[in-house]
Ligand binder design. Structure first.
Ligand SMILES: Cc1cc2nc3c(=O)[nH]c(=O)nc-3n(C[C@H](O)[C@H](O)[C@H](O)COP(=O)(O)OP(=O)(O)OC[C@H]3O[C@@H](n4cnc5c(N)ncnc54)[C@H](O)[C@@H]3O)c2cc1C
Length: 381
């Protein structure tokens, strides 16, 4: 049973099916239309043919940027497997449309994987120390539904106590809470997603993405960063709004973080100038080269920051894995993507596009291993 219909859920379901499992997907929204996945427009691909650094160097650079808060096992996994996942996304037509519904549903429908949408899972079921299914309720009919399953992969996305405004910041910790309630270890409640929120109409997700939702996704390559508005949040906290996010524009004063005050920024990542314009100049990358947008989407207009009660930098909160497949401390229960506390990038968001690519990669690892776990279980019984 795969819970969630974003990047992690789709890859988990497809890969589990291809490895021989009988799979079912459940999502409280729609596959490709719910969670944070529909917002993402940049997908990271480490292409060994064009990357200007080796995988070892990439892992080292991310670790430096994250001040070693990352788990290098998952950082390496991202680099080594993102290219293959991006090729699959291409073959499903993901990069041909601004909307991901059709491309996400294509491999699911080809494999005839049953999908139950608009069912909110509220409880995981455990017997004899092992997860045996889940229960939830339908948003369409007045029904409670129980699912039996030999393994469950939680692809339920992130959690964060953060007001809306970026345009949608984080989800509701569903997976974390359900897993915690049956005894799984969870992690990551100390991190701060530094995206500032719009001061005006902050709950209006579509408007706050400033047309970005209508752009086709594109592929990003190696560009390790150390900024995600944490400094802007600090600035807003100390001096009040308005603040701006990202590297300083020409003529603009340095950000607070580069002074002696504010969050620590490793020397190699202290930006005083705009980064060189990335190529190609489209999609998400155009945000950073200043074409087509007056600033990063959701970050134009008056910004408020410093309002996060901690939490939820993608991939550094959620269910604690005990191995590289995302197995939790509860037998039979896996997690992938934002639901997994993999620490792929550590306490800061280091690689643009790494978050969705990481969800796809982690979904693949969890999906591929689950049939083997089921077979082991059957032979034990
Ligand atoms: C505005 C915005 C822009 C972003 N841009 C980028 C970008 O350009 N590049 C990048 O790499 N990352 C980006 N990110 C981050 C990225 O979108 C997420 O890290 C990624 O989509 C997470 O994928 P996921 O599959 O793990 O979870 P999600 O896509 O969040 O999917 C969660 C799924 O779980 C389901 N679900 C949750 N709870 C339950 C429940 N109780 N019962 C049943 N179903 C449930 C939801 O319906 C949904 O289908 C962005 C995020 C935002 C908010």
């Amino acid at each position: 049973m795969v819970i969630g219909g974003g990047f992690a859920g789709v890859f988990a379901a497809v890969k589990a099916h291809d490895a021989g499992a009988k799979v079912m997907m459940v999502a409280k929204g729609g596959v490709g239309t719910s969670g944070l996945s529909p917002f993402a427009k940049g997908v990271f691909s480490y292409d060994p043919k064009t990357a200007k650094m080796s995988v070892d160097e990439f892992v080292a650079k991310v670790s430096e940027s994250a001040i070693n808060t990352n788990n290098p096992v998952f950082t390496r996994q991202l680099a080594e497997h993102s290219y293959d996942r991006v090729q699959e996304l291409k073959s499903w037509g993901f990069f041909d449309s601004p909307l991901s519904r059709n491309s996400f549903m294509l491999p699911i429908q080809e494999r005839e994987i049953p999908v139950v949408e608009r069912v909110m899972v509220t409880h995981l079921l455990k017997e004899k120390g092992r997860v045996v299914g889940a229960s939830g309720f339908s948003l369409n009919t007045n029904k409670v539904i129980h699912f039996n399953a030999k393994t469950v992969v939680l692809c339920t996305g992130s959690g964060g106590f953060k007001p809306s405004g970026f345009p949608v910041c984080d989800l509701t910790h569903d997976g974390t809470i359900m897993a915690y309630n049956i005894g799984a270890k969870v992690t990551g409640k100390e991190w701060n997603d530094g995206h500032p929120g719009s001061a005006v109409n902050s709950g209006s997700c579509y408007d706050n993405w400033h047309g970005q939702i209508e752009e086709k996704p594109s592929i990003t390559s190696v560009m390790v960063n150390h900024h995600l508005g944490v400094d802007a949040n600090y600035q807003a906290y100390t001096t009040g709004a308005p603040v701006t996010m990202g590297p300083p524009q020409p003529g603009q004063k340095k950000q607070k973080a580069e002074t002696s005050e504010g969050p620590y920024v490793p020397l190699a990542f202290r930006q005083t100038d705009m980064p060189p314009p990335p190529q190609p100049d489209r999609g998400l990358l155009s945000i950073f080269s200043g074409k087509g947008h007056s600033g990063p989407p959701g970050m134009g207009g008056e910004q408020v920051g410093g309002s996060t009660a901690g939490m939820a930098i993608h991939k550094s909160e959620g269910i604690v894995p005990i191995d590289e497949t995302g197995l939790s401390t509860v037998p039979g229960l896996y997690a992938a993507g934002d639901a997994l506390g993999s620490y792929m990038s550590g306490g800061i968001y280091t690689q643009i596009g790494g978050s969705v690519a990481g969800s796809a990669v982690q979904g693949t690892f969890a999906g591929e291993v689950t049939p083997r776990q089921v077979n082991n279980l059957i032979s034990l019984l």
